[in-house]
Design a protein around this ligand. Structure first.
Ligand code: OGA
Ligand code: NI
Length: 361
């Protein structure tokens, strides 16, 4: 079914369950939540990025049966590299508290944030602004507070800011809940893919996790100013709390498509390490953040990482004579170093195919 988005605007939002969109697994909707979902055609998706057509990353209802959830994650993830999860079990209060302390942090005076400011990308916990990514003269309108969480018990949180006063407590709880959700999604992926269920339990997920609070201020010229440049996430999996303000765009068939989320959903995307482990069955898809001229946008990302020394390559389960490894195994530390070099100093430049990058090494 292909509809134009006009004439049916009164229908309630239909959250597609895995069973209800099995024929294509792909849905579009117009920019308003309550607009009808549209099944996409390539023609529609080829419209300019600022058109009224938005991609709704496939919705995975985690209260469905385990089999259905597994299938929905795989179907949606294989097609887009992005899904959004609802009924995920994370209390709404924990989410609202996290948004509130994030807003409070960004409202602190510049002087109160100055001691946290650093452009040293090796510093695990720091405050930085878009200037960190200023490559080739591009400007990025973005401020970030990055909080590192080390294992086994989050000791590095002693470095987290002590102001606003509730930040440490709220962020710690939020980090543990969202990281738990990420680990559950990884277990579900294992089940769906036929990997042993503890595949992601060890070093591959126990590097320092990061909780990043992003503020994208409005810009005077959004057509010239991005919030984040096109990139793929280099980690294993990312759990993003998107804002009601749109801004995240996903590359699909060569077009930038607005990602739109339903209330209380987390947007989840696969990092490059998942692409490597699954030998390309799952793809890490390029995305970016655009700005607008009127409102600030806040988003919060939880990033699950491997340890620096963890060796990551395609899992044996996916390799046969007909399916040779498409990626080389390397430690996560080497991956980041090499990926940075190949990307001319920034992991955040327009990404070419990961396979091509590995061929150049
Ligand atoms: C990222 C990212 C998106 C957003 O930090 O890797 O893609 O909406 N963030 O902030
Ligand atoms: Ni990203």
């Amino acid at each position: 079914m292909l509809v134009t988005g006009t004439g049916e605007t009164s229908s309630a939002l239909k959250i597609p369950h895995s069973s209800s969109h099995s024929s294509s697994g792909k849905m579009l909707q117009t920019t308003a939540y309550h607009a009808p979902l549209l099944e996409y055609s390539n023609e529609l998706l080829r419209q300019p990025a600022n058109s009224a057509i938005a991609l709704l990353p496939p919705v995975v209802d985690m209260s469905s049966s385990r089999d259905e959830v597994c299938r929905a994650i795989l179907d949606g993830g294989k097609e887009f590299g992005f899904i959004q999860v609802v009924n995920h079990g994370i209390p709404e209060q924990a989410i609202r508290d996290m948004e509130l302390v994030s807003q409070e942090f960004f409202q602190l005076s510049a002087a109160d944030k100055a001691h946290l400011y650093s452009e040293d990308t090796n510093k695990p916990t720091r405050f930085f602004s878009g200037t960190t990514f200023e490559t080739g003269g591009d400007k990025y309108s973005m401020n970030t507070l990055r909080l590192a969480y080390s294992f086994p018990n989050g000791d590095s949180s002693n470095d987290w800011p002590s102001s606003p006063p509730r930040l440490r407590e709220v962020a710690m709880k939020y980090m543990e809940l969202t990281r738990g959700l990420g680990m559950e999604l990884l277990r579900l992926l294992c089940e769906g893919l036929g990997l042993r269920s503890d595949y992601f339990e060890g070093d591959i997920s126990r590097g320092d996790a990061a909780l990043s609070l992003f503020q994208y201020p409005p810009s005077s010229d959004p057509s010239m100013t991005l919030g984040l440049p096109p990139h793929c996430d280099r980690n294993l999996i990312t759990i993003l709390l998107p804002s009601a303000v749109k801004g995240l765009q996903i590359l699909y068939n060569g077009d930038w498509i607005d990602a739109q989320s339903v209330p209380n959903a987390f947007i989840v995307n696969f990092g490059l390490q998942l692409e490597v482990v699954t030998n390309g069955i799952l793809k890490s898809i390029e995305h970016r953040v655009v700005t607008n001229s009127t409102v600030s946008r806040l988003s919060i990302g939880t990033f699950i990482h491997p340890t620096e020394n963890c060796l990551i390559g395609p899992a044996d389960e996916f390799l046969t004579e007909d399916n040779p490894p498409l990626y080389r195994a390397m430690t996560f530390g080497d991956f980041k170093r090499i990926y940075n070099v190949i990307k001319l100093g920034s992991s955040l430049n327009l990404t070419t195919n990961l396979r091509d990058i590995q061929e150049n090494i």
